[in-house]
Design a protein around this ligand. Structure first.
Ligand code: TYD
Ligand code: MG
Length: 455
């Protein structure tokens, strides 16, 4: 039999090669390949003459168990989960260091415990005393959480096997867990996978809602193998700029609900406060209209959020390559929009640096932002402020058309509610336009004429 080949697995993306390299060929991360014991293959083909059992097929409409959900005690967390935690499911919570994952989960565990259910919080990163101090700071010192500092999966599962299964089990973080079933230091791909596998199996068998905290790499994906994302039922990401107060909890994958709902929190002196009505958060204080600022009525899931988009254009005297920097939006999308403005509207950005910022540390994913970004860019280029009481939304096509977007009605209603008297958007908006004076724009050149013409 041929000697089994060694395998190298990338800790960042999980790709497998048979040769060690300094840089992963798939994700281009450096020094992430680690050797893993080769798999033993007994035979490439199953012997069907014995050993297997017949499986039973089920009807889709067979009466099954109804999906029950348990509240986390935080309405914004429940909303992002699609209604609460599902017993016997696993949630992976990613986010930059210091964003507030531990705080959020400690608050949720405390709420579950105070509601009378069992909540276990296992910290692999901080000593119990540190977690206790945080709980005191949060005013949750009295919550009957079962708290432990541990990293051995065997110890954790042994302890859990000797007690009634808790409602909520928090593991902070999966990268610190260690399974002695497998070689390797905590945090390596095989360790993370093996530890997660055992913990998830325990959760499924015992109807426990499991939340695994996962670290995030530079490019924003959850560190450790991609397989972790496949193993869990829900992948959530906790986002925000650390320098800003607001935090957005988003689900990226959810086997039990929609992925477009968000939870909004504010990090305050006493932990995370829920923000039930976020529509005004991301508007900066606007006294004087300034050039390059446009308000965009975004939709997050079912909720409208008004966001301010800021553009700055700096003309370069020399022939140096101009910079394009974007915070809070897709840089590829900005490049496309600049190209459309050049090709369809005759504007020139080629000798200017372009900076784009979404206020309040917010990250925009809504495609309807195109028109507001274009308005901010044109306003900055012309150095003409946009009307302070206007909002802009619509998707821009490569041909320069302004295309219809979803939820036009909700966007207009929310804008009107917050005192914006004018809205500009796609021409075929099939809604009643009450409250706000709506001006349809068919093509990007219409927008440019409007702003350049000073209307
Ligand atoms: P933490 O939950 O430890 O982040 P993570 O687990 O994602 O790494 O949050 C740490 C940050 O939150 C820390 O920088 C301080 C801040 N913070 C507050 O502002 N107020 C608070 O009440 C708490 C507990 C933390
Ligand atoms: Mg933490």
């Amino acid at each position: 039999m041929a000697k089994p080949k060694s395998r190298y697995i990338c800790a960042a993306c999980g790709s497998v090669t048979h040769r060690w390299q300094g840089q992963c060929a798939d994700c281009s991360e450096w020094n992430t390949l680690a050797e893993e014991a080769p798999e033993t293959v007994f035979s490439a083909k199953h012997d069907l003459s014995g050993g297997g059992r017949a499986i039973k097929f089920e009807a889709l409409d067979a009466p099954g168990e109804k999906l029950v959900r348990r509240s986390t005690g935080l309405a914004e967390f429940d909303r992002a989960l699609g209604g609460g935690l599902v017993p016997g499911s696993a949630v992976l919570m990613g986010g930059d260091p210091g964003i507030g994952k531990s705080t959020l989960l400690l608050q949720a565990a405390a709420a579950v415990a105070l509601a009378g259910a069992n909540a276990v919080y296992i910290s692999g990163e901080e000593a119990a005393a540190q977690v206790r101090m945080r709980a005191e700071r949060l005013g949750l010192g009295q919550a009957p959480i079962l708290l432990a500092a541990a990293t051995s999966v065997r110890d954790i599962l042994t302890t859990l096997a000797g007690m009634p299964p808790p409602s909520l089990l928090v593991i902070d973080s999966i990268q610190t867990m260690h399974s002695d079933q497998i070689e390797g230091a905590p945090g390596t791909v095989s360790q993370v996978r093996a530890s997660a596998f055992e913990l998830i199996r325990y959760a499924k068998e015992n109807g426990v809602a499991l939340v695994l905290v996962g670290h995030v790499t530079k490019d924003g994906s959850i560190a450790g193998p991609r397989v972790l994302e496949h193993m869990v039922d829900v992948v959530m990401s906790f986002e925000g700029e650390r320098s800003h107060q607001y935090r957005i909890l988003r689900s990226i994958k959810n086997r039990f609900g929609p992925v477009d709902e968000i939870g909004v929190f504010a990090m305050e002196g006493q932990g995370l406060a829920e923000v039930g009505n976020p529509s005004m958060l991301f508007l900066s204080g606007r006294d004087q209209p300034v050039a390059g600022s446009a308000v965009f009525p975004a939709i997050e899931g079912t909720r409208p959020v008004l966001v301010e988009i800021q553009a700055l254009i700096v003309r370069l005297a020399s022939g140096a390559t101009p910079r394009r920097a974007v915070v809070g939006w897709d840089s590829g999308r900005l490049a496309m929009l600049l190209a459309v403005l050049e090709a369809r509207c005759g504007l020139s950005f080629s000798s200017a640096e372009v900076y784009l910022n979404v206020a309040g540390g917010y990250r925009l994913a809504d495609p309807a932002a195109d028109l507001a970004v274009a308005a901010a860019l044109v306003s900055a280029l012309a150095d003409k402020p946009l009307p302070a009481d206007a909002v802009w939304f619509g998707e821009v096509s490569l041909a320069g058309e302004i295309r219809p977007v979803a939820h036009g009605g909700i966007r207009l209603r929310e804008s009107a509610k917050l005192g914006f008297a004018r809205a500009f958007g796609p021409s075929d908006l099939p809604v009643k336009k009450d409250g706000t004076k709506f001006t349809p724009l068919a093509l990007l050149p219409n927008l440019v004429d409007r702003i350049m013409g000073g209307a």
